[in-house]
Structure formats: structure tokens, C-alpha cells
Design a protein around this ligand. Structure first.
Ligand code: NAD
Length: 286
């Protein structure tokens, strides 16, 4: 397939590289100067859009996605499929679907889970919103860039799934950090806390797979001085998205709001760039 890829950052570059390595003809565009192995560089965005069968975008936020998709829809071939893999607000996702639909183009919102490691290894999980036909067309590409693709429903359903998942993640990471912090204050050995909770009803991904306590559990960013991994400011971005959605749709997400406030305080106090599990360190300083 001829694929245009817009946004070759930490996530987009390895994703585009994997598509190229699988034999697709990939043309990439980014406002920054980026070279990606197996991906032809486009000097102008239009060169990564016109004549392409699929156009993938992987961009920082909803505002940028809306602007870029205006240009993409204007330059795209009538048969092309547009896939946005960025994490953005549900409203912007629906707006860009509508934009594509007006021109008769197929589109998908397909945010991902799995981080830069998953992007490099081609093991991302895609959460996808859009029509069955669009999903069927995009699926072979999800299979290259990821290990799993779930069709969650119509336009915006992928973003809805993403922000609900990450709200669980933010809340559960804080819960796990607070449990280690309390264990410390009670004189309970961290390894003992892990051994019990990771095989009891406290078990969860934030504890078992991504343990925030250095030297305990499988290797994680905690063992690398909390070098991100998944940066605290990205978690804050996602919790802002879930809270904005909750407020607009009348959902009661008290814990989500509290988690957002905790990450905001952490980022404002110098946590930017640190892994989101470094909340444990901050509690230790309290
Ligand atoms: P990034 O900042 O590394 O990459 C974004 C890229 O978009 C940059 O290279 C930037 O130059 C480019 N860009 C910005 N405006 C542009 C424009 N108008 N036209 C073309 N290119 C433009 O960010 P990232 O970590 O790759 O994240 C991308 C998206 O993926 C975000 O929505 C993020 O929330 C989401 N995400 C990130 C992770 C992660 O672990 N990094 C995990 C899951 C989802």
C-alpha cells in the first residue's frame, strides 16, 4: 500500500518504520526535520497525502489534529482511508470523522496503548472507532504496528476507550504508590508488600507489571531513576481529557478528578519528564 504518515515523533517514527519494513511504500511528513529508516521524507504535507491509499496521523493534541486533518481531507484521494492514532479528546475525534465523511472519505480514530517500547516492537494495542468497512481496511496495518486491535464502535469510540483505560491507570498507579508509602511508614518491607499484594486482591498492572518501587517486581522505570517510560505530563494530559469528557457528559469521576489534581501538582513541582510512577518518590518526601 502507499501510506502517508504525518507526525514522526517518539511514537510515529517507529510505527512508520515498521510499516516500511513490512513492505509498504511509506512517505512521512513532520514539521520537525526527522529521518526514519525505510520511510521517504516529504518536504510538504501534501506530498504525504495526495495519491496515498492510507494516511496515518500521530500528533500531540486535538487542536493540531483538527488543523492537520483539514489539510489532509482537502488533498486526499477520494478512495483513501484516514487513521488518526493520536490521543485526543472525543469531540475533536468526532469532528475530524465528520470532516472526512463530508468528502466521502473513510476514517478511523485509533489511539494506542503500549508506549514507545510497544511502538518499536510492533506490539501496540489499537482501540478503534469508525465504520466496519474502515476497520476492515485498516486492520492489516494495525496487525503490523500492533499485537491487538479492538473495534470499539462508531466514530470517537476508540478515544473513549483510551481515556477510560488511562483514567484507571492513573488512579491505580496512585493507589499502588500510596500502599508502598503506607507500608514504609508502618515498617513493612516493600518486597513483602509486593509479594502479598501482587498475588492478592490488590494485584493490578500498576503493581505487577510496572511496579513503582525500585528493586521490587519486574524491571520498570523505577529501576532507571524514574526515567520515563510514560511521562507524568502525558498522564496528566490523558487525565485532563477524561475529566473534560466526564464534565461534559455528566459522569461522576471523583477519583479521576483527584488523580488529575495529584498529577498536576506533581508536574508543576518539577515532575515533568519523570515517569508517572515517580509519584512514589514524591509521597516519600511528604
Ligand atoms: P511527540 O511529541 O514525540 O511527536 C509528535 C510529532 O508531531 C513531533 O515530531 C512533532 O514535530 C510533530 N508535529 C507537530 N505538529 C505537526 C504538524 N502540524 N504537522 C506535522 N507534524 C507535526 O509525541 P509522541 O510521544 O509521539 O505522541 C504522539 C501521540 O501519541 C500523542 O497524542 C500522545 O498522547 C500519544 N501517545 C503517546 C505515548 C507515549 O508513550 N509517548 C503512548 C500512547 C499514546
Amino acid at each position: 500500500m502507499r501510506i502517508g504518515f504525518i507526525g514522526l515523533g517518539n511514537m510515529g517514527a517507529p510505527m512508520a518504520k515498521n510499516l516500511g519494513a513490512a513492505g509498504h511504500e511509506v512517505t512521512g511528513y513532520d514539521t520537525a526535520e526527522v529521518a526514519v529508516e525505510g520511510v521517504a521524507g516529504a518536504g510538504r504535507m501534501q506530498d504525504a497525502v495526495a495519491g496515498m491509499e492510507v494516511i496515518v496521523t500521530m500528533l500531540p493534541n486535538g487542536g493540531i489534529v483538527r488543523t492537520v486533518h483539514e489539510a489532509v481531507v482537502a488533498a486526499a484521494d477520494p478512495e483513501s482511508l484516514i487513521i488518526d492514532c493520536s490521543t485526543i479528546d472525543v469531540e475533536s475525534a468526532r469532528a475530524v470523522h465528520e470532516l472526512a465523511g463530508k468528502k466521502g472519505l473513510m476514517s478511523l480514530d485509533a489511539p494506542v496503548s503500549g508506549g514507545t517500547g510497544g511502538a518499536a516492537a510492533g506490539t501496540l494495542t489499537f482501540m478503534v472507532g469508525g465504520s466496519q468497512a474502515a476497520f476492515a481496511k485498516g486492520r492489516p496495518l494495525f496487525e503490523i504496528m500492533g499485537a491487538k486491535a479492538v473495534h470499539c464502535g462508531e466514530a470517537g469510540a476508540g478515544q473513549a476507550a483510551k481515556i477510560c483505560n488511562n483514567m484507571i491507570l492513573g488512579i491505580s498507579m496512585i493507589g499502588v504508590c500510596e500502599a508502598f508509602h503506607l507500608a514504609d511508614r508502618l515498617g513493612l518491607d516493600r518486597q513483602a508488600m509486593f509479594d502479598v499484594a501482587s498475588t492478592s486482591s490488590g494485584s493490578c498492572w500498576s503493581l505487577n507489571t510496572y511496579c513503582p518501587a525500585p528493586g521490587v517486581g519486574p524491571e520498570s522505570p523505577a529501576d532507571r531513576d524514574y526515567k520515563a517510560g510514560f511521562a507524568a505530563e502525558l498522564m496528566l494530559k490523558d487525565l485532563d481529557l477524561s475529566q473534560t469528557a466526564a464534565e461534559k457528559n455528566g459522569a461522576a469521576t471523583e477519583m479521576g478528578r483527584h488523580a488529575r489534581d495529584i498529577y498536576k501538582a506533581f508536574v508543576d513541582a518539577g515532575g515533568r519528564g519523570k515517569d508517572f510512577s515517580a509519584i512514589l518518590e514524591r509521597l516519600g518526601q511528604s
